[in-house]
Design a protein around this ligand. Structure first.
Ligand code: NAD
Length: 512
């Protein structure tokens, strides 16, 4: 089945307007429409109407009205709507997971995993809907009590990247909804169809749920200009933006100038340290999944392998033998481990990075184009393994492709310094069975990343922990732990139940 046929069948089952897919099979997307291409063959699979910059203001106005009603709904009842959405996702998991694969190119196992992540965050948010609690604080004044209460923000704008086309929105949306907000979503222009499918499933969850106002969820289809307009609007209390550091640099000042809030989840350049005591069998499996999973297009993808010089001759030959055997192909096929890059241009960017690495002294294995005969418009590439003499310029950049740079180290201090010597600060890990090394890596003087792991790779986070990174990764935290606080505003309340009016700090201010 061609990707276009596959997509048409899924959209029909999910109840998304037939015109979305039909316009493509008829070869007639309406003028100005956003056409979605499948990375599997590089050909069109559907088109959606461009929301336009004019559409942004109208969507925010409707979302503001929805937020004003939704904030008065008790949080556990808000959680009930998210529970219903989670049930819709469970029922549609196979279809939505396959649609992710068709529109994004990640292998089916990972497409399904992404939908599971949505289900998991819904479950988390349902529990959270009964735990949005603040502190009770001892007052210095007699007959007084202090407390914190948490209130909804209003409208939350979500800008998301192509590589996690549905999970990142769900991380934000599920928390934002239980916290009492309305959500306006600007998905990647590369993945508009999965966004439509999510919106349809959410609408289905709202059917018959009287407490849900309309426009609790809105999708704006468009490019960077639509994202910028959303970010600039003062009615959007929080802009949660996931994507490249370049995008974060453009969005953050626009929101800051109006004193709005941002939650930034930007690029990563993640490392793994393999120490002399490491279990190499375990390390090998972790290296492969985190370096080539999602064809190297995860923000947490392993890009820099920092290996102790005493074991490099045991580890590197195994990687060299394994790399050419990793199955590249149609991500719908069960045997495939590495699907296509998002498009042919991403394949060319990978080639430029490999050329730069070779010019900087790297020894390159793999990275060549694949399936060009059968899929001339797609961006299939063999994963690349590159031994580098040092952490040169190209190694310090995030190339969104399956390139693993291998570096050597002598002392743990040197390894930690290499780990931290890049501008990004998302994910990191160490493989060691030495407790002292593990604890030093996790200590204040260790990894400077938002995620630091021991004996697992840097990618594949669970929703229970707060997710995000430091430095050019943006500093935001999403998903589990207390990340919900980003979606609410805090009020400090002081209550006087005495018949006097003492002032704080013992100030005397006698009147009359
Ligand atoms: P991208 O920056 O090109 O686009 C991301 C989103 O931002 C899209 O919706 C795009 O339309 C929008 N956008 C781009 N420029 C904008 C602007 N000036 N103003 C407003 N919106 C704008 O990123 P991409 O290629 O879709 O995704 C890959 C990048 O995302 C990688 O750098 C990856 O590391 C990062 N990412 C980070 C995380 C994280 O949690 N840290 C998660 C996923 C992806």
């Amino acid at each position: 089945m061609t990707p276009a046929q596959d997509v048409a069948a899924i959209l029909a089952r999910l109840g998304v307007e037939a015109s979305v897919a039909a316009s493509v099979s008829a070869g007639s997307a309406p003028p100005g429409a956003i056409v979605s291409h499948s990375p599997i063959d590089g050909l069109p699979i559907g088109s959606v109407a461009y929301s336009g910059i004019e559409g942004v203001a109208a969507a925010i106005a409707l979302a503001s009205t929805a937020a004003a009603a939704w904030r008065n709904v008790p949080p556990p009842l808000r959680g009930e709507l998210v529970r219903r959405f989670g049930m819709k996702l469970r029922a549609a998991k196979d279809d939505l997971g396959r649609l992710v694969t068709l529109e994004n190119g990640k292998i089916l196992q990972e497409g399904l995993g992404e939908v599971q992540e949505m289900i998991d965050i819904c479950d988390f948010a349902v529990g959270l809907s009964r735990q949005l609690h603040g502190l009770t604080i001892a007052s210095e004044r007699p007959g007084h009590r202090m407390m914190e209460t948490w209130h909804p923000l209003g409208v939350v704008g979500v800008i998301s990247a192509f590589n996690f086309p549905v999970a990142v929105w769900a991380w934000n949306a599920a928390l934002a909804w239980v916290c009492g907000n309305a959500v306006v979503w600007k998905p990647s222009e590369n993945t508009p169809l999965t966004a439509l499918a999510c919106q349809r499933l959410f609408e289905a969850a709202c059917e018959g749920f009287d407490a849900a106002p309309s426009a609790l969820s809105t999708v704006l289809q468009g490019d960077a200009s639509v994202g910028q307009t959303l970010a600039a609007d003062p009615r959007v209390a929080l802009v949660s933006a996931t994507g490249s550091t370049r995008m974060g640099r453009a969005v953050a000042p626009v929101v800051a100038v109006r004193f709005g809030r941002v939650l930034l989840e930007l690029g990563g350049n993640n490392a793994m340290v393999v120490a002399p005591s490491a279990d190499l069998d375990l390390a090998l499996r972790a290296i492969v999944f985190s370096a080539v999973g999602t064809a190297g297009q995860r923000c947490t993808t392993l890009r820099r392998l920092i290996v102790h010089e005493s074991i490099v001759d045991r580890l590197l030959p195994r990687l060299r033998a394994l790399w050419p055997t990793l199955a590249v192909g149609d991500p719908r096929e069960p045997g495939t481990l590495v699907g296509p890059l998002i498009d042919a241009a991403a394949g060319e960017a990978m080639q430029r990075a490999l050329d730069a690495a070779a010019a900087e002294g790297g020894i390159v294995l793999g990275g060549e184009p694949r399936l060009r005969d059968t899929h001339p418009h797609a961006g299939y590439r063999a994963p690349a393994l590159v031994e580098m003499p040092a952490q040169t310029d190209i190694v310090q950049q995030e190339t969104f492709a399956p390139i693993l740079y291998v570096l050597r180290y002598r002392t743990l201090d040197e390894a930690i310094a290499l780990n931290n010597a890049v501008a990004q600060g998302l994910a990191s890990s160490i493989f060691t069975t030495d407790l002292r090394e593990a604890e030093r890596f996790l200590s204040a003087a260790g990894s400077d990343c938002g995620i630091a792991n021991v004996n697992i790779g840097p990618s594949g986070a669970e929703i229970g922990g707060a997710f995000g990174g430091e430095k050019e990764t943006g500093g935001g935290r999403e998903s589990g732990s207390d990340a919900w606080k980003a979606y609410m505003r805090r009020a400090t309340n002081t209550i006087n139940y005495s018949d006097a009016l003492p002032l704080a700090q013992g100030i005397r201010f006698d009147v009359g």
